[in-house]
Design a binder for this molecule. Sequence first.
Ligand SMILES: Nc1nc2c(ncn2[C@@H]2O[C@H](COP(=O)(O)OP(=O)(O)OP(=O)(O)O)[C@@H](O)[C@H]2O)c(=O)[nH]1
Ligand SMILES: [Mg+2]
Length: 395
Amino acid sequence: MDTPHDREMNEEIKEALQNNNQALAIEKIQERLDKENNTPLKIAITGESGSGKSTFVNAFRGIDNSAEGAAPTGATETTSVVTPYPHPKYPNVTLWDLPGVGTTKFPADQYLKHVGFEKFDFFIIISATRFTENDVKLAQEIQRMKKKFYFVRSKIDSDLYNERRSKREFSETRTKERIKDNCIQGLQEQGIQSPQVFLVSSFELRLHDFTLFTETLERELPEHKRNALLFAMPNISQEIINKKKKAFQANIKWHAIASAAAAGVPVPGLSVAVDAALLAGVVTKYAVGFGLDIPSLENLAVSTGVSLSDLTAVLTSPLAAIEITADLMLSVLSQCASTIFLLAAEEGSRFIPILGIPAAMILSFTTTYRMLNLILNKLADDAQRVFEKALDTTK
Ligand SMILES: Nc1nc2c(ncn2[C@@H]2O[C@H](COP(=O)(O)OP(=O)(O)OP(=O)(O)O)[C@@H](O)[C@H]2O)c(=O)[nH]1
Ligand SMILES: [Mg+2]
């Protein structure tokens, strides 16, 4: 949905195009697209010592505990200073690994001042057992400061493992219900009304409540922050892949207008070159967002134990698992040039009158619009296939 600021921006872009000021139009479009990439999202992670804070920070950022740049974890690697960990691909999203209240000399209110609570969008309070008095005091103080908090019960995989070994009649659902009820009851007894608790294993984010948790965050975040969260999210479910696809799709018309504006610049041959460069930049973002760039695929291979060659074997797009350059885009453009004009339904054309694109630029607009849709669909399909392949053998 467009905000009033967006609508104002749309008018500015339209006006620039109508006044034949292509450079200004391109600048405004870039500004609009950049705004989305630069929206800061700061997430605070706190909880008692050893609860799994640092491991959660790493898992959320899609990196292994042993990877370079990982937050140090383990029995002796206590989080003792406030440390920001930017997302490796979306540095506007930062997870802050905070020492537990209990490990500092501060009571809850001073603790919040000490960590600079104002800057955080929300807090995640983690516990590997039941939530303590410190956790509750902190939650109450966060609430007093008009910030949001969520309770995450970590290490659910080891609870299930232990329970399975010790009970003759084991039910995963019942065990999880019992753990959740215990946490909720404990929190209520300590004075938190209707607490929400999410059961998570940082080693298996796609299982248990992590997906539900991210959906809740998304719902409760202010609208302009939602895409920041979405893109930073690991591709752990088909829904997330689909949502990313939709978010990318919503911006295609802007890229198409940028390319139309470039086509209005009267230098022969420039339009195609600009289109190829522009497309390369956009498609690189798609590949990274879907985890189809080489480093992401390598990471996935390590964390799932499915070999890189098995993962890349399911890819169908020539733009996955490859460095995307303007030259590569030019060759894809020329290969697709004939097919894309055979595509019947033209959703893109309805933006042409709305945005006031001059007739001379329409060809460039439609080419870019169709190309990006085609590429996006193919990459999203590949992302789904890789996701299924990765699941296949880990189960
Ligand atoms: N099985 C399992 N182990 C976990 C999980 N999360 C963390 N651990 C383990 O728990 C131990 C402590 O994890 P950390 O992430 O270092 O915990 P922390 O909260 O950062 O600890 P401090 O910094 O000391 O306060 C490590 O050995 C982790 O491997 C989980 O979801 N499942
Ligand atoms: Mg730690």
